[in-house]
Design a protein around this ligand. Sequence first.
Ligand SMILES: Cc1ncc(COP(=O)(O)O)c(C=O)c1O
Length: 416
Amino acid sequence: MINKRIYLCLAHMSEAGLEQKYIKEAFDTNWVVPLGPNVNGFEEDLKQYVNHNKEVVALSAGTAAVHLALLACGVGAGDEVIVQSFTFCASAHPVVYCGATPVFVDSETDSWNMDPQLLEQAIKDRIIITGKTPKAIVPVALYGMPYKVDEIMEIANRYGIPVIEDAAEGFGSKFDGQMLGTFGAFGVLSFNGNKMITTSGGGALICGDADSKNKIMWYATQAREAYPYYQHEEIGYNYRMSNICAGIGRGQMTVVEDHVKHHQHVCKLYKELFAEVEGIELHENPSSRYESNYWLNTITIDPSIKVKGEEFAYADAVQGAVGGAAGVVHAGGSVHTDCEPNNNIEAMRIYLDKAGIEARPLWKPMHKQPVYKNAPAYVNGVSEALFKTGMCLPSGPCVTDEDVRYIVDCIKEAIE
Ligand SMILES: Cc1ncc(COP(=O)(O)O)c(C=O)c1O
């Protein structure tokens, strides 16, 4: 037993404390507003980092970035948007904010992300059923892993549909050596407390050019028209990043590459340590074209593996929500749902929790979420099977080599 709790991915500040220096500057110069030198500086740092003749707008959240990208693609009431089903809800919810309908597409087994074949099938089918082409496609870099960028972009271009890359979890990941978020019309980044870098809460949208950056900034600042008084001809949002948060971001940009390397190093170590463990498979880059940041390292556990305490796996109702850091959760209705991780996964989660290790099931696919029960879905069983057999393991910059060894030892110990 070790004397601390090991979390999936905690915020980690620069050694030099640059985050505080930039925040102090903001206070000293009275730029305590959602614009200013830190916002401009952070955007410039991000632009240099993604390095593909792109523009970047800093926003209050990754969710806001998804929302504004959809608006910029013209998504409105009655439209449909194709979204990867295997994702966190923030890839899909903004489609509903626009009055549109998400159409979910399942995953392939290589990257665990949007299956290009199913994507094309869904596009063809939606055109026949609705008479309209979907307004956008949202592939997701789940746990940092790049999607099949070339195949998805080829299909999207053939049908003339803009791609909004949800790289919220994939900041620093590359496909064919190019940063995720720079292939499509827009790229979404998140700087929430648990991401590759943090601004406490925050996000950014990578845009194609200065015009689209301007449009996004306009939407993000209440869509104000150029008059000496407030004149509004479209609905806007208050989504700009604060100059204080951007100060944290500027400091964090000095460690982003260290963070990426650290997560990748943790992956290597897991690989080494799991090599001899039967029934456990680590999810890795499917080929050398993929360069995941390994934001969260993930494993699948064979259903035949028996884990200690499996018979009591769902005996008690959970008293909170996964990632309930915001502290606001609904009391669960029951212990079970009609689609849940296998008993050995839940038993492993409980075992690790008792050993001081945070582990989580993989994200539950959107097409299995009650809130989306009426949304069209094109499925092949892949994300549902992964959800039932998979889990995320600690991977962040605070996770040491010793922690990784301890985690793998505990996992081995938990297997009967
Ligand atoms: C895949 C994905 N998309 C979007 C988001 C939204 O980002 P944020 O939490 O910054 O709103 C997140 C993370 O939370 C995410 O994991």
